[in-house]
Design a protein around this ligand. Structure first.
Ligand code: GDP
Length: 310
């Protein structure tokens, strides 16, 4: 990409898209294209085609997706599979039709098998059964990756796919039902502290292990790969280190300075026991994460205090 390239960021209001927009603006890219949902419904093929035909982006970051935590994935499986399949199919196909030079598609670490060898290498994809709580979402994301690979093979396009680990940062979803664990804990601990409550409920056993990547690190990696990687193999994006949900809760507990007790509600699902990405491929291409979990959570907590609308 050069600074005047026409770059479309699909999903620019979400966690990932907003981080990409911030990053590209800061880097001086001057031809950034975004569209509000009210202007273009990405689940409608005709709207997506008309939009790309008119705007002719050269580069596309496909960060538009319906995402959510363990509860939302379980509660709305139809919406998760439908929206993601529709949006990605429309954008990937239209990008081929209108000669986009390069597209970057974002998968998710939940597309690896539930009982995957750890750390998870890119070649372990499709080597076992998926975690049932997010299988519809995972199937859609796997289809997106395979679509990019197939278009590259048959049409000679340059559509790359990445697999980010669990993400967090500014503009995350802090809704307690639909969010992921990290923003949910920030909000729960903060509200309990503000209300002087003595106890906070944490879902599951606290034993599952998760890896967390700050979204500014992710956007840095995506821009890096857009400029430096052109292979047909997926690339994991993570930090390569994980911690238990209990350890995460203790870290957030101390950052928020909540002083009550944690109660683990084992009637809530644990999900996949462990999902840690092998990031050796990404490291060998020349990229490494730099934001520590502690610093990232402190920053996200400050953002939450400033921007929370609850
Ligand atoms: P997952 O990585 O796809 O399983 O999605 P989540 O981020 O929603 O959940 C990660 C883990 O954190 C699961 O084991 C959850 O049960 C656990 N967890 C603990 N407390 C919470 C909470 O308040 N919200 C969410 N979403 N997960 C929680």
């Amino acid at each position: 990409m050069n600074k005047t390239s026409r770059i479309y960021i699909a999903g620019h209001t979400g966690l990932v898209g907003s981080a990409l927009l911030r990053r590209l603006e800061d880097d001086g890219y001057s031809n950034l294209i975004v569209r509000k949902h009210s202007e273009t419904d990405l689940t409608r093929q005709s709207e997506v085609e008309a939009f790309l035909k008119a705007e002719r982006p050269e580069y596309v970051f496909l960060a538009a997706a319906k995402v959510g935590g363990i509860w939302a994935n379980n509660a709305y499986p139809a919406e998760f599979i439908y929206s993601n399949l529709a949006v990605q199919t429309n954008i990937i196909h239209a990008s081929y039709v209108f000669n986009v030079k390069k597209l970057l598609f974002l998968g998710s670490s939940c597309i690896y098998p539930k009982h995957c060898l750890q750390p998870m290498k890119e070649e372990y994809l499709l080597s076992g059964y998926l975690e049932p709580t997010n299988e519809p979402y995972a199937i859609a994301k796997i289809a997106g990756i395979k679509m990019c690979e197939s278009y590259n093979r048959q049409y000679g396009t340059h559509f790359i796919s990445v697999i980010p680990t669990n993400l967090y940062g500014p503009n995350d979803n802090f809704d307690l039902e639909t969010s992921h664990v990290l923003p949910a804990m920030i909000r729960k601990f903060y509200e309990a502290k503000a209300a002087g409550r003595k106890e906070v409920e944490v879902w599951g056993t606290g034993k599952p292990r998760r890896e967390f990547l700050h979204v500014d690190d992710l956007s840095d990696a995506c821009v890096y790969l857009m400029n430096n990687y052109d292979g047909n193999e997926v690339i994991n994006i993570g930090v390569g280190e994980d911690l238990t949900i209990r350890e995460l809760s203790e870290l957030i507990y101390s950052i928020v300075e909540f002083e009550g007790k944690l109660r683990f509600d084992t009637s809530k699902p644990d999900g996949t026991p462990v999902k840690r990405l092998d990031v050796s491929k990404l490291n060998s291409i020349g990229w490494k994460a730099t934001i520590s979990l502690e610093r990232g959570i402190e920053e996200t907590y400050r953002w939450y205090l400033k921007n929370s609308v609850f």
